[in-house]
Design a protein around this ligand. Sequence first.
Ligand SMILES: *[C@@H]1O[C@H](CO)[C@@H](O)[C@H](O)[C@H]1NC(C)=O
Ligand SMILES: *[C@@H]1O[C@H](CO)[C@@H](O)[C@H](O)[C@H]1NC(C)=O
Ligand SMILES: *[C@@H]1O[C@H](CO)[C@@H](O)[C@H](O)[C@H]1NC(C)=O
Ligand SMILES: *[C@@H]1O[C@H](CO)[C@@H](O)[C@H](O)[C@H]1NC(C)=O
Length: 472
Amino acid sequence: MRRKLQLAVILLLLFLYIVLYYIPYKRTMEKTASASLGRVGDGARISSSTPILSSLSSPIIVVVTKSIQNRSDNKPIYNQTVKQTLDLMTLQREFDSFKIPDINCEGIIKGDPEALADSDQKRANVVPDDYTLIKHTANCDYFRKIYGYDEIINTDEEINFPIAFNILLYKEVAQVEILLRAIYRPQNYYCLHVDGFSPDHVHKAAKSLADCFDNVFIVSKTENVVYKSFQRLQADLNCMADHLAKPDWKYLINLPSQELPIKTNLEIVRILTAINDRNSIECITELKHMLSGRFLLKYKNKYYADGVHYSVVLTDDKNPPLPHGMKPVKGSAYGVFTRRFVNYIFNNQVAKDLLEWCRGVLSPDEYYWSTLNHNPHLQVPGSYEGSCKGVLSTYVNWQVTSNYTKCKGRVLRYICIFGPGDLQTLVSRKELFANKFILAYSYKAIQCLSEWLRNQTFSPQRIDEQFYESTF
Ligand SMILES: *[C@@H]1O[C@H](CO)[C@@H](O)[C@H](O)[C@H]1NC(C)=O
Ligand SMILES: *[C@@H]1O[C@H](CO)[C@@H](O)[C@H](O)[C@H]1NC(C)=O
Ligand SMILES: *[C@@H]1O[C@H](CO)[C@@H](O)[C@H](O)[C@H]1NC(C)=O
Ligand SMILES: *[C@@H]1O[C@H](CO)[C@@H](O)[C@H](O)[C@H]1NC(C)=O
């Protein structure tokens, strides 16, 4: 009799626990997690006003669907769904696992041979990928806290000088996140353009990352970018148009996703202040480096049967001369643009006419900015009166010029892909960013450069304003 009573009490307690605690708890959790992962344009976000999440220790259930592709033709074969309970501790553990332990970055950056040799043996256990990023951004509060976004140092000088960034990418959002973390400040603006041809998970990861910040957004119009096509230029323009809707930024910098900064945001602000409302855009005028084969005859897009995919083909038609008596100038697709210049591009007929001319050009992104910036008679805002100046935005170690710096990483299509041995050179350069890093290959260099940059934010360096003013 007593036994039965005991059993009944235990069962009753169990029943009460399930009804009163476990079911409501589980429901809330699953609802929250699927809301954050669903994100079908409904803007669903985990709001910190949801009581259960305002305490940063509650776990959430994350469901991530991974598309498994055939290695030989990259076609999706099946979907694999992984369900994981994620709490702050698990997130911290997974984030820490990305870090190569015990490497002496300070020594590596000083070029110490021992530190470099020692780092040869070290590897990360896990390199982050887009699916981990989708998972880790499922709860933005957790994500920003664990990844260190909440502790980024910001000064009044920076707050009063917002910068707009375009980031063009087609893969590996995990690397874009590392770039973003290095340049993120709440007052800046970041436009992500994900190539329309990129697989679904790249778009999802970028959206999921952007959704964790008020000032990071996906471009409102996405282009399908083929190498050297006009659409590559259009992608930057789309981001610029979106940026112009934001009121207060002073300069715009466009970046490829495989760059990293070699200056802190504060240094960038001081340098941009020093160049005093001028653009910095590369300028190549010697005939042999102008690659006139790219613009003397017209190029056009030839669309395939699906009407979406295309290739850029050379036609027999001659390109007309440039409008408004401009001479063509070649440069890089990447530059540093004043707000006045970006405004001009969208509002001035001369700029629009040049853009039309660019439709027939191969890699027009390497002509459009430079030509506008180096035809003084146009009086383009922020442009140069005089001769070509240095390239401020990006250091690229091309392995082609007569006396290039030896690449300590790996050379790919004449460009140095940076490794740890290149960092000593990088930190002494005057440019703002360095290109290029490949996530898996450059992983050590990326970790050490990120650590060094973070340290630099604690001890801001004066910059040589005179030098920047006269050189760029
Ligand atoms: C993967 O692609 C190759 C080449 O298209 C094909 O021969 C093979 O059957 C595919 N494998 C699977 C598992 O679909
Ligand atoms: C995988 O999921 C996507 C949507 O996320 C769907 O479009 C696709 O058809 C699925 N593929 C397979 C093989 O089930
Ligand atoms: C960054 O600072 C920490 C703490 O002072 C130091 O241990 C580390 O070596 C520094 N790293 C670099 C790359 O300078
Ligand atoms: C070669 O390198 C030196 C020193 O770095 C530099 O001053 C010089 O301008 C370079 N010459 C060329 C042709 O790039």
